[in-house]
Design a protein. Structure first.
Length: 148
């Protein structure tokens, strides 16, 4: 397996990584993905792809290094997905290890991510990878024109 950090403008972002990412984020079109990346890049957003020996993309991660008062510096994983066809083959483990190396290199104190409450298989994986459940994540949808 080969893990590659993809740079802006790399055509593999859309041709290889996006189809895997869409297994987690089906709402993403190529145009929307590139727009999010263009704006997110200024906020530190990066993408990493995992490739099988046959050259097919089998994993994707979106991540960024963040400085804040709660953890000082952390690597936050926005997206982490293994292609359905490659689940339980070590792809997720390799991606986590790659991201952990980035975090250590950047002087981070934590690597963390959020996961939807319905994703129980993912939660089992994260616990096996020695990530702890340390917080609740609260969210409020903001609808245009609503004053809730």
């Amino acid at each position: 397996m080969k893990i590659i950090d993809l740079e802006p403008g790399d055509p593999r972002l859309v041709s290889d990584l996006l189809p895997v990412l869409r297994e987690l984020r089906p709402h993403l079109t190529p145009e929307l993905f590139l727009d999010v990346y263009e704006h997110g890049r200024a906020q530190g957003l990066r993408f990493t792809a995992a490739y099988a020996d046959d050259g097919s993309c089998v994993g994707a991660a979106g991540w960024r290094v963040i400085d804040n008062t709660s953890s000082l510096r952390k690597l936050y994983v926005d997206d982490l997905v293994t292609a359905d066809s490659a689940r339980s083959t070590g792809v997720g483990h390799e991606l986590i290890a790659h991201l952990e190396a980035h975090a250590r290199e950047a002087g981070c104190h934590e690597l963390n991510l959020d996961s939807g409450t319905q994703r129980t298989r993912a939660h089992r994986f994260y616990l096996r990878e020695r990530l702890d459940i340390v917080a609740f994540h609260f969210s409020k949808e903001l609808k245009p024109g609503a004053d809730d």
